[in-house]
Ligand binder design. Structure first.
Ligand code: ZN
Ligand code: ZN
Length: 209
């Protein structure tokens, strides 16, 4: 009888230690993968920022060249070849960027049909007011996370603006109705296209429209 109790206690102890060991290993693994992911995101963000500043610098030099006020004149050909080199470099790096999956909340919480109707009316009467509603702000922010915090055209980290591809689903937009773009890409679209026959300026502080 005594031997049986000792065996049972020993078995319980062994199983307990096994469970403890497994839990500790699981926690260590989870925290390492989280740290790796964060450092990878930081590295990519730093890289993108340095590219962005190179491009801003090139743009400024092109602008001064056009304005004719360069103290040390560079030729357009010089600037163009520097531009091409930078872009080629960026393209090569972007093609090696591993896809990082960022867990994002589904960006489209359901509003009641009455509220959707109300939102459509607000948008019709005063579009900037629609862009400042809680619903739109929430949706636009979730949309930015949903696409992994990157411009859907050029992969830049932003600042990111949420663009309506059309205005047919105002108040209950789905992901395919919207596109997340950096300011430069967004501006390109608005300079070149009318959306649903409307040439809208970019409308709220976050640049959504
Ligand atoms: Zn872009
Ligand atoms: Zn837009």
């Amino acid at each position: 009888m005594e031997i049986i109790s000792i065996l049972i206690i020993a078995a319980i102890l062994v199983v307990g230690f096994a469970i403890l060991f497994y839990l500790v290993r699981l926690c260590t693994r989870l925290s390492t993968s989280q740290t790796n992911r964060e450092s990878e995101i930081n590295r990519l963000t730093n890289e993108s920022n340095s590219h962005a500043s190179t491009i801003t610098d090139l743009n400024q030099r092109i602008a001064s060249l056009e304005a004719g006020n360069l103290t040390n004149p560079e030729t357009t050909a010089d600037l163009l070849s520097q531009w091409n080199e930078t872009i080629t470099e960026i393209r090569q790096e972007i093609s090696c960027i591993p896809v990082i999956h960022i867990r994002a909340q589904w960006p489209f919480p359901n509003a009641s049909p009455e509220r959707i109707e109300e939102l459509r009316e607000i948008a019709q009467n005063n579009y900037p007011q629609y862009l400042s509603t809680n619903e739109w702000t929430h949706r636009a922010n979730n949309m930015r996370r949903f696409v992994g915090g990157r411009c859907q055209a050029c992969n830049s980290p932003g600042p990111l603006e949420v663009h309506h591809r059309h205005y047919l689903t105002i108040g209950h937009e789905r992901p395919l109705d919207l596109t997340v773009l950096c300011r430069e890409c967004h501006q390109l679209i608005h300079n070149n296209r009318e959306i649903d026959g409307i040439r809208r300026p970019i409308q709220n502080n976050n640049g959504d429209c």
